[in-house]
Design a protein around this ligand. Structure first.
Ligand SMILES: Cc1cc2nc3c(=O)[nH]c(=O)nc-3n(C[C@H](O)[C@H](O)[C@H](O)COP(=O)(O)O)c2cc1C
Length: 133
């Protein structure tokens, strides 16, 4: 498993991560679950109508945090919109439960990938491990 696959596998195992964005000088955070590695990029999925999407359009800086099995992962960087239809299709195949809410052609489904991002695995027992995405 390479670095980005390790990050994606950890997010899948944790099932839930928390996505922080910024709105002016106010941090915003919410639970997310979507994660996908496609063409060497780590993607997440949301809806363009959501406040989280609007915050990222103004300021792409974001950080996610997940905890599982005594370890926690943080990925900090920028989230970039990708309107490529193919990646939406792959996301819906990976997480079919999304199909009741999203369609690649609904004008709402949004895929975002991490750019200039650093993933860090931490625990109380080992030195942090850093992966550049
Ligand atoms: C376990 C869990 C996983 C979630 N995963 C996602 C997700 O991957 N993408 C998404 O857009 N919303 C997801 N949601 C819903 C968002 O947390 C919710 O829509 C939130 O209000 C979005 O933030 P906002 O209101 O600041 O836009 C999830 C909610 C839960 C409880």
């Amino acid at each position: 498993m390479n670095g980005i696959e390790k990050v994606s596998a950890f997010l899948d195992e944790a099932q839930v991560y928390y996505l922080a964005t910024v709105e002016g000088d106010q941090p915003r955070v919410r639970p997310f679950g979507t994660a996908l590695v496609h063409n060497g990029r780590l993607y997440i999925q949301t809806g363009k109508v959501k406040p989280v999407s609007k915050q990222l359009a103004v300021n792409p800086k974001a950080e996610i945090c997940a905890f599982s099995g005594g370890k926690w992962l943080r990925v900090a960087g920028e989230l970039v919109n990708d309107d490529d239809r193919a990646v939406k299709v792959v996301m819906l195949e990976k997480m079919p439960s999304l199909k009741s809410m999203y369609d690649p052609d609904d004008g709402n489904m949004q895929m975002l990938y991490f750019k200039n991002a650093v993933a860090t695995f931490s625990s109380f027992t080992a030195a942090p491990e850093t992966i550049n995405l």
